[in-house]
Ligand binder design. Structure first.
Ligand code: IMP
Ligand code: MG
Length: 194
């Protein structure tokens, strides 16, 4: 286990089994459809790569990058598209693939934008759901794991752009973002740096 990780919340094996299960379910639900998997950069990259291979259907993959600005506990709902899709989606069954849903603000905005482009259908698959009260309600169609309201990293999820390459989902040691012996160090919680 990585030295900065306090606890493994979801192991590599558990992730693998869940991805296989989600892939089977999506394969059943999307047979005969014109599937576009829409991954959100950068956090969803490992998940979409594994999930796509567990879906036994012809499909396309594209990515969007959106930035959400927020403070420690709430995104403000100010969201900006940094990278857009390559083409129109009006002939496609779009499945958004997300790493984690917290307040729901980012996803709510993304779905608003995509709905205006009139996809044949629009659904959401998230690996993790913090399950806390949503600031904005969003209907999630496929959920990997409901997790407690703790800051997690790994399997795509970062703290200050690091730890995305860990093969499991882990809880970061507080000492990583709360330096003890240097009062000059800017004190920021993980969410403020996301
Ligand atoms: P929301 O708009 O509050 O749902 O924000 C979701 C985004 O916040 C995710 O796409 C992540 O980038 C980030 N995020 C929320 N919780 C965590 C976490 O525990 N670890 C890493 N990133 C997180
Ligand atoms: Mg994300």
């Amino acid at each position: 286990m990585h030295q900065d990780i306090a606890e493994i919340l979801i192991s590599e094996e558990e992730i693998r089994a869940k991805v296989a299960e989600l892939g089977e379910q999506i394969t059943r639900d999307y047979r005969g459809k014109n599937v576009l998997l829409l991954g959100t950069l950068k956090g969803a990259v490992p998940f979409i790569a594994d999930l796509a291979r567990a879906i036994l259907l012809p499909l396309e993959i594209d990515y969007m990058a959106i930035s959400s600005y927020g403070n420690s506990t709430h995104s403000r709902g100010v969201v900006r598209i940094l990278k857009d899709l390559e083409g129109p989606i009006d002939q496609k069954d779009v499945l958004i693939v997300e790493d984690i849903i917290d307040s729901g603000l980012t996803l709510h905005y993304l779905m608003d934008v995509l709905r205006q482009r009139r996809p044949l259908s629009l659904r959401v698959c998230t690996l993790l759901d913090k399950g806390r009260e949503r600031v904005k309600s969003v209907a999630v169609d496929y959920t990997g794991f409901e997790i407690p309201d703790r800051f997690v990293v790994g399997y795509g999820l970062d703290y200050a752009q690091r730890y995305r390459n860990l093969p499991y989902i882990g809880i970061l040691k507080p000492s990583v973002y709360e330096p003890e012996d240097n009062p000059q160090t800017e004190h920021r919680s993980p969410a403020e740096k996301k």
